[in-house]
Design a protein around this ligand. Sequence first.
Ligand SMILES: [Zn+2]
Length: 432
Amino acid sequence: MKLATGTTLITHGQLIDGTGLAAVPDAALVIENGRIRYAGPAAQAPAVPPDAQRLDARGGTILPGLVEAHFHATYFNIAALEDLDIKYPVEYVSLLASVNSRLLVECGYTAARSGGCLFNVDVWLKKAIEEDLIPGPRLATSGREICSAGGLMDWNPEFRKIGMEGLVFIINGQEEARRAVRSLVKDGIEWVKTYPTGDAASPDLNDHHTLCMTFEEMHAVVATAHNHKLKVTGHCRATEGIKNALRAGYDTLEHGTFMDDEALDLLLARDVPVVPALYFEKASILRGPEFGLPQVVIDGHQETLEGGAESARRILRAGGRLGMGGDYGFGWNPHGDYARELTFFVKDVGLTPLEVIKCATKTGAEIMGRGAEFGTLEAGKLADVLVVDGNPLADIAVLEDRAKFIAVMQGGVIKAGQLAKAFPTVVTKEKK
Ligand SMILES: [Zn+2]
C-alpha cells in the first residue's frame, strides 16, 4: 500500500490518540511521507513547509483509523447460514468481498483482522489491496475454517452428499486437524479460525453450551499452526470450550461468552485478547423475527448477549484486552454497520467512549500483531487516520455516520470521506 509524499498538517480539532489517554483539545497532527511526525497540542507543533497540505478538522476530532477485529469480507449479508456453502460460486464471492472491503474503508476502518473466509479469498483480496488495485483495509487474513464432524458448521445432512470445500474443513481427530492446518499453510493465510463450541443459532444439536471440537483436536491445530508461524482463534461460547482454547494455546478468542473465574484467570495469565462481536446478538434479537428466526434461537441470543456483556465488562475491568469486531455480513447485521459495535459497547455494555476507541484502534492493531506500525496516533507510526466532524466522546454514534467523515487516511493518503476527491494531488505526487 502506497504512502503519501510530502507534508500534511491537520488542525482545528481535538486529538484522541488511541492509547486511552484523555483527548488533547486544539491539537495538530503532522504527517510526513505517510507517517506521523507529530501528534499533540497545536501550540507545540513543529513548523511545516509552505507547500504542506492543510486539512481543517472543523472543530471535530482526529483519531486513529478504526480496526475491525472480526471481519468477514466474503459474507454477503446472508439470511440463512446454509447460504454460505451453496449460494454463490467463488467468482461472485470474490467480487462481493472487494465491494465489502471498500465499504469498510468508507466506514472509517483502515485495518481488519479476518474472522474466517470462503475459499481462499482473503489472501488474494489482501494482495489486491496491498497493490492498490482496490481500496480496502490493511488485512490480517484467514481462510477456510475448521470444525469437527457433527459440529456447528457441519450442517448438511449426510444424505445430501454435499461437501463444504469452500467454507470449512470438517475434521475427525488430530490427524485431520493437522491436515487441515497444513492446507491452510499452503494457502498462505495468517489466522486459523476454528469452532471449539456451538452457538445459539443451532439450538438442536450445537447450542451455545455445546463443544464442537475436542481439546486434542484444538491442541493439534495450535501446535501445527504455531510451528508454521500462523495464529489461531476460535468461536468460543461455552465455558469449557473457552478453557480448552486457552489451555491449547489459542492466540485470541472470538466471543468469549460464558467466562467463569477460572476461565478469566487463564485468559489474564496469557493476556489473550477477546473479540466479543456482541452487537450481532442484539441485532439477532431485534431483527430476528423479520428474518424468521425461531423463538428458541432468539432466546438463546438473549442469553448469549447477557453472558457476553458481563464477560466483556469483567475482562476489561480486570485489565484484559478487548478488540472491537462485529461479525457483520448477516442479513440482520449487514456490512456497513460496523461502528454500531462501538455504540453498543458504550450504551449497552457500559464502557466509556475512550475505552471503546482504544479497543477499536490500539488493541485491534495489537491483535493483528502490528501494534508497532499503526493503531495509535504517535510519532513514527503510519498515518492511518480518521477525521470526523463531531465529538465521539460526547456521542460515540457519530462514528456510525459516514456523512460526517472529513477524511479516512491510510499512510497519509485520503481514501474516503468528504475530502477524498478534494486532495487528488496527494495521490498524483506519490506516483512520480
Ligand atoms: Zn464470525
